[in-house]
Design a protein. Structure first.
Length: 330
């Protein structure tokens, strides 16, 4: 009898933890970096949260352009999937003895109608339709502007010649930078498809619990969004001063450009700067002419395609006019 009693208590001791300890659903998750890469031969951008995929692309000759934003790697409340589609094309390279190269193009969209339209579209010179990339859903972004998030713009470079695919045709550019967005629209032939969603500019914690509005709080109407960052707070954080209400004096080109964006939106009255805009304009004009572009839209950082253009950028950096010069991987 004692032996049976002992066995019963032993069995209870084993099973009791299994009955009591149950894994609970995660209350929150951490955002992950969205890596941005660039193919210098084809002019195509690629985005991934997979570090192994990033290293694979770098090994194949893609250039690392840093972290575009922070996103989530699983479905969370208020988030939507971003679908990744790909297509393989023949790129025609002008001014080269080897005037063709094969390359992959990528499209990123959270819009179901755009996804379906692409899946039914063929690239003219290769007669191949778009298909899901092996990642399928690449990552998740917020469908509405949550506190701490910023807009993610999607720009597309249209094909210039319906018979041929050339450098950066069909390129999909995702950016949170107003300056980069405006520069590519004005100077690089891109078209904007609007705000794809909202992302985090830095690492953050995202709640996995559905938002519960406080009691006695009126419900927001359809289409209402959380207000963006206050321009005054943003500009003061960027180092601008406020000599008068609605007027700002900024010490850097980057902060001045941000102020000008707010001014064009009617959110501030006037912007001035102590930075030398003539030197900035002359520097960018020369660097752009030899194949450099702004790195992630930053006015003091440049990504250059050749050693000669990189050396020229380095001259500006050593003279204090540029902060960083990067050379695309050849």
């Amino acid at each position: 009898m004692k032996r049976i009693t002992f066995l019963i208590f032993a069995l209870i001791a084993i099973l009791l933890p299994l009955a009591v300890v149950r894994p609970s659903a995660a209350q929150s998750i951490k955002t992950v970096p969205l890596y941005r890469l660039f193919a210098h031969k084809t002019g195509i951008h690629f985005y991934t949260i997979d570090i192994n995929r990033k290293l694979e692309a770098i090994g194949a000759g893609w250039s690392d352009e840093g972290i575009a934003a922070y996103v989530v790697d699983q479905q969370a409340p208020s988030t939507v999937p971003v679908y990744v589609l790909t297509n393989h094309a023949i790129f025609y390279i002008t001014g080269s003895s080897d005037n063709t190269t094969f390359g992959n193009m990528f499209a990123f969209t959270a819009k179901l109608d755009m996804r379906d339209k692409l899946l039914a579209t063929k690239v003219p010179n290769y007669d191949s339709t778009w298909k899901y990339d092996r990642s399928g859903v690449g990552f998740y972004i917020s469908a509405q502007q949550l506190p701490g998030t910023v807009p993610l713009y999607r720009l597309q470079h249209p094909a210039g010649n319906p018979q041929h695919v050339v450098f950066n045709d069909y390129d999909c550019l995702l950016t949170t930078s107003e300056a980069e967005k405006n520069d590519h629209l004005a100077n690089h032939g891109y078209q904007i498809f609007g705000i794809e969603g909202y992302v985090w500019p830095q690492s953050a914690t995202v709640s996995m619990q559905p938002a519960v509005p406080p009691k006695n709080t009126p419900k927001l109407g359809a289409g209402t969004q959380v207000p963006p960052t206050n321009p005054d707070t943003d500009l003061l954080k960027r180092g601008c001063t406020r000599p008068a209400v609605g007027s700002y004096n900024c010490s850097t080109v980057a902060s001045y450009e941000m102020c000008e964006i707010y001014r064009q939106q009617g959110k501030v009255n006037a912007c001035s700067t102590t930075a030398n805009l003539k030197v900035q304009a002359a520097m960018e004009k020369l660097l752009f002419s030899v194949g450099c572009t702004r790195f992630l839209g930053r006015p003091d950082e440049f990504l250059c395609k050749t050693q000669k253009s990189y050396d020229l950028c380095e001259t500006y950096r050593q003279n204090g006019h540029a902060k960083k010069c990067l050379l695309t991987k050849q």
